[in-house]
Design a protein around this ligand. Sequence first.
Ligand SMILES: [Zn+2]
Length: 310
Amino acid sequence: MSFISRGWFALGEEFLSALRWQIGKGDRVLFWADRWCSDEPLKTAFPRVYRVANNRDSTVQQCWSSEGAGGGNWQLHLRRITAEAEVTEVANLLLLIQEKVLQPEREDVLAWASNPDEPFKVKECYKWWRRESVEVTDMVDQTKWIWKRKVPLKVKIFMWLAFQDCLLTKVYRARWRPAEGMTCELCNAAPESVDHLFGQCPAVAALWGLIGAATGIHTEFHSRDEMWQLMKSYSRLGGSRLHARVLKTVIPAALWAIWLARNKRIFAGHRFYVENIWEDTMGLVAAWGRALAGAGDVRIVRGEIQVDPG
Ligand SMILES: [Zn+2]
């Protein structure tokens, strides 16, 4: 390689890496290729997600939907997510960009990474990005709550995606594949959103009834927000510490069991029996409970969760 070409490329790359886009309305910045929310372009930081992205040439603005709570949300337009590694990357990518919010009234500005005070104040920039709204506070609390649970990492990621409304439900998929249809395959009666599948679906209602009877907690909810209010209230329920910890795994276990049964229904044509999901849920609670409490401390007897403090 000649000195000139090597020098030019090196200089060009070094120059680019010293600059960051500060996002305003997002129409001048390429979502995947430009540096705007981390030290490297998102396509380099998250190669697996980039590989399944349908919108590789999109601007930041085109990946933002101004609909929804808190002034808008990010939409990634992914072809498919199957491998666990992809799910992890998606979750990490969303974690990275979740605090970024477009400012439609401002222009995108290219600034020195080392000196973001030029051309504007870094404090100002933080003010844009960290909206002190209820939605963001809730999101941070949910993320912390979910990450504290004694459940497998893939279940944490699954729950986190569900609470951010980024789970690959039919409604989510229909954003870029409208031809596939959105109807819930468990009840065939409503679009399959996160709120429907885990809260409103009549095919799943009996499961929540069984869980309510076994645990003595109120398990009726119609939205992620109601579910979140319920999960938050666990810490105030009293009872032994061990019992409280078991209660905290019941809803994650039920959500995970519903999701697995739903996938088997859609991708393998299995029948959907509430009794099976109930057994799966109790099995997960027992398995995760044993892992956190020591063997034999948590038992399921005739559908009742029994906790033996030992
Ligand atoms: Zn349904």
